[in-house]
Design a binder for this molecule. Structure first.
Ligand code: NAP
Length: 276
């Protein structure tokens, strides 16, 4: 287990977190682990969970907006459908140096710029659910008003839930949503499909489920830790004429994995564009 760098120890705040659900809560845990003092955080959340309440006992300000004036950062983690009601009032807490960081799927920088005071520094990010265990990946794009300092702060805030990447073209966010945003679901489906295929090949259901789960998570961890790329790791477990090769001939043949995933990710990209 790696010890998190205390990158947020010097952040003076206040940090206003709007929405402490699954994603907001995971970020909050990560920030505290990275040295952010609870007293520097203001959380707006109608139904705070146990972890947020425990932090409130350590100095975090819960639903007390008045403490958030001229926030160092405002992090918006409400559902996209709550945005028209939740975002415009946040303008009251935007100061000269405030960074607004939004993780709402499909809510564009244009939407945020229209809802917030002119000149606000805005970063839009797409995280994914492994954020819950600090193993997410977030892709970010900044508006023209964001300085290097704002970008560094956004990187530090999202590094608390995993890796970070920057892009300069917001139009790519639909493809990012389709690949890494929705991607964990494809991997869970792979585990489901392997279980069903194992049962079809004669294994007891519970054993097939355990084998699939450990194979998918173990192979993912191996990929994570290895310096080798996925193609090399695949080749390393494939002997010519062997069992893996027999399966890969099917999976890599016409209409196989590549074709299916290209189609699936194109469909998700289109859907993201429609929703945006
Ligand atoms: N989960 C993912 O994989 C993922 C990936 C990328 C991006 N995102 C984005 O992350 C955001 C949060 O997702 P989530 O899964 O964490 O959702 P969630 O668990 O539903 O969390 C949202 C929280 O915000 C609260 N809330 C609603 N309106 C509010 C308001 N006006 N002010 C303050 N808090 C308010 C909600 O409370 P109530 O329950 O009382 O409404 C809820 O606790 C979404 O915009 C989503 O698009 C999620």
């Amino acid at each position: 287990m790696t010890v998190p760098q205390k990158t947020l120890r010097k952040f003076s705040g206040p940090l206003l977190l709007v929405g402490a659900g699954k994603m907001g809560g995971a970020m909050l845990d990560g920030w505290i682990a990275r040295g952010l003092a609870p007293k520097r955080v203001v959380v707006i959340e109608p139904q705070p969970g146990k972890a947020v309440k425990a932090l409130a006992r350590r100095g975090l300000k819960l639903n007390s907006k008045s403490e958030a004036a001229a926030a160092g950062a405002i992090v918006i983690a409400v559902k996209p459908q709550s945005a028209p009601e939740a975002v415009p009032p946040l303008g009251a807490y935007v100061g000269k140096n405030t960074l607004v960081l939004s993780i709402m799927a499909g809510r564009t920088i244009g939407f945020l710029e229209n809802a917030l005071p002119r000149g606000t520094a805005i970063v839009r990010a797409i995280p994914n659910t492994p954020a819950a265990i600090g193993r997410g990946i977030s892709v970010m794009v900044a508006n023209a008003k964001s300085s290097a300092r704002h970008r560094k702060l956004a990187s530090d805030l999202l590094a608390a839930i995993g890796k970070v990447e920057w892009i300069s073209e917001e139009g790519l966010m639909d493809a990012v949503t389709a690949l890494s945003g929705s991607g964990p679901a494809y991997i869970f489906l792979l585990a489901e499909a392997m279980t069903k295929a194992g049962i079809a090949a004669g294994l007891p259901a519970a054993l097939a489920a355990r084998l699939s789960r450990e194979t998918v998570s173990g192979a993912g961890e191996l990929l994570h830790r290895s310096d080798l790329d996925a193609a090399t790791l695949r080749q390393n477990v494939t002997s010519p004429g062997g069992t893996t090769a027999a399966a890969l001939e099917v999976l890599m043949g016409p209409g196989g994995f590549n074709a299916l995933l290209t189609k699936a990710i194109a469909a998700a990209t289109r859907r993201s564009r429609e929703l945006g």
